[in-house]
Design a protein around this ligand. Structure first.
Ligand SMILES: [Zn+2]
Length: 376
């Protein structure tokens, strides 16, 4: 059996739903200890994290990823046990096969092979593994990055093995992500009886002209690397459930996925200006879940493109699409950050799977990248 496939299988069979790691990190640390990696197990609250290094000094190249997976959903809809990896018609099925235990296995195998062939490679080869990427993401990569900064450790280049590919392995790499900003807005009115002609105190009525402007506003046009900023209302709640009561308030939740053409402050200012223009009585709470980041060019992007060309004979597309990832915590340290991994078509879904032949191919891409970056 191909070794990347074997390790992916072993990892899938450990039921590591966030924040559980279920022994995945110990397995990785034990294997890489045999190749001379030094391990630090960093547990923050209920989250296991692992930092592994081989070599010394700069450049520090880091593989990053997560051992946790999202819940299975209704198990009876799966064609096989989500925590018992099974191959059918060239695909390996199991929760986490694509997101991202296949990626983790390919990182480990490429590191083992690279270190065996080049024990005295230049710089440092590191791993940053967390068991809280799919959950709150508070005690995972974010905390490890803080720990590294406190200890004067600087990541120069970071490759996240997240499933970046679209139709075939290597066709897309992610070189950045949009920022994400959440808001909870409460418009306050006065609760009363519907029989009275007191429209100005009905918060739903007050909301409506404001909402029209908010939802038709253009935030920016995007740029060469980012699509225009998107805005969505995800929740709207008001009313007591009774037919004859004017609600006392109405509550909205909305989210921005923003490009580098705007920023958190600018978006907030526009919303506040609009609220004031409509003379609304409101309360608003903001939560930034990530700043946008972009690694436009540099040795990591170049090495990745060339490695994909070598192994897959493809010209990869550099994209900033998709949701947030832990790259948002690593990029602000000044590191070059990219995501390169298997096809993401089935991630988080029932019957998640990865093409078996892509696992070994991904290992070869990663090895090729290491040879380009950590050899003289
Ligand atoms: Zn993932």
């Amino acid at each position: 059996m191909d070794q990347t496939l074997e390790l992916t299988t072993e990892l899938i069979n450990r039921e590591s739903v966030t924040p559980e790691d279920a022994g995945c990190q110990q397995l990785i640390a034990d294997r890489l200890a045999e190749s001379g990696f030094r391990a630090e197990h960093l547990r923050f609250k209920e989250v296991d994290n692992l930092w592994l290094v081989h070599g010394t000094g700069a450049p520090l190249f880091c593989f990053a990823g997560h051992t946790d997976v999202v819940p299975t959903g209704p198990v009876e809809k799966w064609h096989s046990d989500p925590f018992k990896a099974e191959i059918r018609e060239g695909y390996l099925y199991g929760r986490g096969s694509a997101d991202m235990k296949g990626g983790i296995a390919a990182m480990v195998l490429s590191a083992e092979q690279f270190v065996a062939a080049h024990p005295d490679h230049k710089g440092t080869l590191a791993f940053l593994i967390t068991s809280d990427e799919e959950g709150p993401s508070v005690n995972g990569t974010r905390k490890v990055v803080e720990y590294l900064e406190q200890n004067g450790i600087k990541i120069d280049m970071c490759l996240l093995g997240e499933p970046s590919s679209d139709k075939q392995l290597g066709d897309v790499i992610r070189i950045g992500r949009r920022g994400s900003l959440n808001a909870v807005l409460t418009i306050k009115g006065t609760q009363g009886h519907v029989a009275f002609l007191d429209h100005e105190h009905n918060p739903v009525h007050q909301l409506s002209p404001f909402l029209h402007e908010l939802t038709t506003m253009q935030w920016d046009q995007g740029n060469a690397s980012f699509p225009p900023t998107s805005f969505h209302i995800s929740n709207i709640n008001g009313g007591t459930g009774a037919e004859n009561v004017v609600p006392g308030d109405v509550r909205l939740m909305f989210n921005y996925r923003f490009s580098t053409e705007t920023n958190e402050t600018e978006i907030k200012e526009k919303v506040i200006t609009l609220l004031d223009k409509h003379q609304l009585d409101y309360e608003i709470d903001w939560k930034l879940s990530g700043q946008p980041f972009l690694t436009e060019s540099g040795s990591l992007v170049d090495a990745s493109r060339e490695a994909i060309k070598d192994v897959c004979d493809l010209d990869t597309i550099c994209s900033t699409g998709g949701g947030t990832s832990d790259g948002r915590f690593i990029a602000p340290t000044g590191a070059e950050v990219i995501e390169l991994g298997v096809v993401n078509k089935t991630i988080h879904k029932i019957n998640e799977c990865v093409k078996v032949e892509d696992l070994d191919k991904l290992t070869r891409i990663y090895s090729n990248i290491l040879e380009r970056l950590l050899l003289d």
